[in-house]
Design a protein around this ligand. Structure first.
Ligand SMILES: [Zn+2]
Length: 71
């Protein structure tokens, strides 16, 4: 079981001036799942791809041991 992190972009709530900025969320999926079903998604609204990737990577580091034990 190999979990991978991906970053999904979506529109956040409109800020000042009514422009909705793009926000990014980290998601984890199983690499060998052909449907790439989402196993986890963070609940933040990251402003940059980089912070979303870091968020996902941090989650992965925390949970990798648990996940591999049950695999
Ligand atoms: Zn996050």
């Amino acid at each position: 079981m190999a979990l991978k992190i991906r970053v999904m972009a979506s529109h956040g709530s409109p800020g000042r001036g009514g422009l909705s900025a793009l926000i990014y969320r980290a998601e984890a999926y199983e690499d060998n799942d052909r449907f790439r079903e989402r196993k986890w998604g963070c609940s933040h609204e990251h402003r940059t791809i980089e912070t979303a990737v870091q968020c996902g990577q941090a989650w992965l580091d925390e949970h990798l041991d648990d996940l591999t034990e049950t695999a």
